[in-house]
Structures are given as structure tokens and as C-alpha cells.
Design a protein around this ligand. Sequence first.
Ligand code: B12
Length: 136
Amino acid sequence: MTKKKIVIGVIGSDCHTVGNKIIHNKLEESGFEVVNIGALSPQIDFINAALETNSDAIIVSSIYGYGELDCQGIREKCDEYGLKDILLYVGGNIASSNEEWEKTEKRFKEMGFNRIYKPGTPIEETISDLKKDFKL
Ligand code: B12
């Protein structure tokens, strides 16, 4: 069976690289093909990478605290570029400590993300969700 392809990267002006490398390795170990665009990646780079490689999902990381701004409009841009219905996940440090998680999660849902992960969620949880979503 052909491997599912996943685009990963750290969005916006975020330069944190360590988690990205860990996620890359864990996804590969779990049998996925990884297209890693690395840190400091604008939305359009995720989209171009997914288009060029015919990927099945995009996992956005945001570590530095500005993820909500960086992610706005990404689903609309995916639709515009012909990536309708591509799986879109987001995680890292996407919550602020003074807000209930449910409120943050709701806004990311409204932005069109299929799965949204609380800070501290291990990538293994995402891997298990990918397998469910791909019915593997
Ligand atoms: C090293 C570091 C830096 C280095 C980064 C060097 C590099 N090349 O990576 C430098 C010094 C450059 C840096 C800069 C900044 N940093 Co910094 N940094 C850290 C630090 C100490 C460690 C980060 C790290 O590598 N962690 C280890 C890896 C393995 O963890 P991780 O990156 O979080 O990734 C894991 C998870 O987030 C998760 N994950 C990530 N993506 C996804 C996606 C999904 C779907 C899922 C499920 C999980 C997931 O899985 C990953 C693997 O386990 C953290 C504090 C900390 N202890 O975490 C602060 C921290 C991340 N930094 C922070 C901040 C604020 C900044 C700056 C804005 C500081 C400033 N005012 O200049 C700048 C931003 C610069 C920029 N443009 O990005 C804050 C973020 C706060 C927030 N968002 O809540 C932190 C938490 C420090 C703090 N307590 O305030 N930083």
C-alpha cells in the first residue's frame, strides 16, 4: 500500500525547530511519508508543498504564541488552491494561559482545522488520529 503523505512545518515567523524534527521522525517511524517545510513557513508554503507532493494532510505547528494570527485564512487558501477537504491539524503552543481551552479550540475549529491539539499533547495522539481519519 502506498504511504500517506503528510506536510509538516512551523507556521509564520516562528523559528522553533526542535519539535518539528521530533514530529518528522515519529511520523516516519509510524509509516507516513513526511514532507517537512521546516520553521519560518508562511501558509502558502504549506499549500504549495501539499500540491507539489500530492499530500493527504497538513500538520501545522506553532510554538511561539502567535499561532492564531498565523493560521487565519489557511482553510480558505487551501480551498482556493484546490486542496478542498485536505486534512488540516494544528498543535504546539496554541493556547494562552488565561483562556479556557474550549474557547481557543472553538476559534480554530471555525478556522477550518479538523483537529486541534492542546499544548502538551504528544504527537502519538495525532498519529493515532491520522490512522483513524485515513481508516488505516
Ligand atoms: C529553545 C527555545 C527557543 C529558541 C529556539 C531555537 C530553535 N532553533 O528551535 C530561541 C532562543 C530562538 C527562542 C526564541 C523565542 N521563544 Co522560545 N523557547 C525555547 C524553549 C526553551 C524550548 C523549545 C524546545 O525546543 N522545546 C523542545 C521541543 C521538543 O518541544 P516543542 O518545540 O514544544 O515541540 C513539541 C510540542 O510543542 C508538540 N507539538 C509541536 N507541534 C505540534 C503539532 C501537533 C499536531 C501536536 C499534537 C503536537 C505538537 O510536539 C513537539 C515534539 O514533542 C521553550 C520553552 C520550553 N521549555 O519549551 C521556549 C518557548 C517555546 N519560547 C517562547 C517564546 C515566547 C519565544 C520568543 C517569542 C521570545 C522572544 N520574546 O523573543 C522567541 C520567538 C522567536 C521566533 N521567531 O520564533 C515561549 C512560547 C510561549 C507560548 N507560546 O506559550 C516558550 C514556551 C518559553 C516560555 N515559557 O515563555 N526560543
